[in-house]
Write a protein that binds this ligand. Structure first.
Ligand code: HEM
Length: 235
């Protein structure tokens, strides 16, 4: 089915108002579990995932990623399977968000907004580190070049101060995907809206109130690989 632009925009605004009305943002309570992933935390804060951040099944996670940001289930399957390998719930079919802070599964050094494991808390937003990343974003939009340079700068800073620094091939791939993801979800893969990216990292909120709507067509692996390749090529 092909939609005209007005019809597609109308559909997008219907999806957005559904999400805003049915998925209001609420800050987590002190007993809710959260992860090193700003997106999964945002989904829990909007109730796309259990607000408790506990006992999440693969069906719930894949469904939440589709309903919230229109990530194609085929893209979500791999990281979801990896997430389940971190399970400490006693049920291998579920995981809690904080299980994802296990170093070396998906969690890695040189994050854009979190400290390295060797320094303690590798999961919650670290403003010193995030401010370093943000210093590369000086306009209304973030280009692939700025995002790529911010990523490389974090790798260099982390390597300079972390005596146990490590970023294996799989970690580098994850890091590239993470930068590509925010460029795609909060932009068009070529540039992202700076204010939306800031809200996402700083408040772990999807910026519906500021005009964000999910992609009109599902985000596919080809797009992710294409943007990750462009980020990797930034000198
Ligand atoms: C099943 C799906 C997903 C899982 C299991 C997952 C898990 C994780 C984990 C464990 C990290 C921490 C990596 C680190 O040490 O920095 C992370 C980081 C990140 N994730 Fe996700 N994620 C998923 C999907 C997504 C999606 C769809 C987005 C789209 C915006 C996203 C955006 C990010 C970003 C931007 C970071 C980097 C945070 C930083 O470097 O400070 N994630 N994710």
């Amino acid at each position: 089915m092909r939609l005209s632009l007005p019809a597609a925009l109308c559909l997008a605004s219907t999806v957005a108002s559904f999400a805003v009305d049915d998925h209001p943002w609420r800050a987590p309570s002190s007993s809710d579990h959260r992860s090193p992933c700003p997106l999964l935390n945002s989904l829990a804060n909007h109730g796309f995932l259990p607000r408790s951040g506990r006992n999440i099944t693969s069906e719930e996670l894949i469904g939440a990623l589709s309903a919230s940001i229109n990530l194609d289930p085929s893209v979500a399957e791999g990281p979801t399977a990896l997430a389940l390998t971190t399970s400490k719930t006693g049920n291998p079919d579920t995981f809690d968000l904080d299980n994802l802070d296990q170093h070396g599964v998906i969690e890695h050094d040189a994050s854009l907004s979190r400290a390295d494991t060797v320094f303690g808390d590798n999961s919650s937003l670290n403003l010193t580190i995030w401010n370093e990343t943000k210093s590369f974003f000086d306009g209304e939009t973030i280009s692939v070049s700025e995002a790529g340079k911010a990523r490389i700068a974090r790798i260099r800073s982390s390597a300079a101060i972390n005596p146990q620094f490590s970023l294996l091939e799989g970690d580098q791939q994850s890091s590239l995907f993470e930068t590509a993801f925010y460029l795609i979800v909060f932009g068009n893969g070529t540039e992202a809206r700076t204010s939306w990216v800031n809200i996402f990292f700083e408040q772990e909120r999807l910026p519906y109130a500021e005009g964000y709507t999910p992609a009109a067509t599902p985000i596919m692996i080809e797009t992710l690989l294409d943007v990750a390749g462009k980020v990797a090529a930034v000198p």
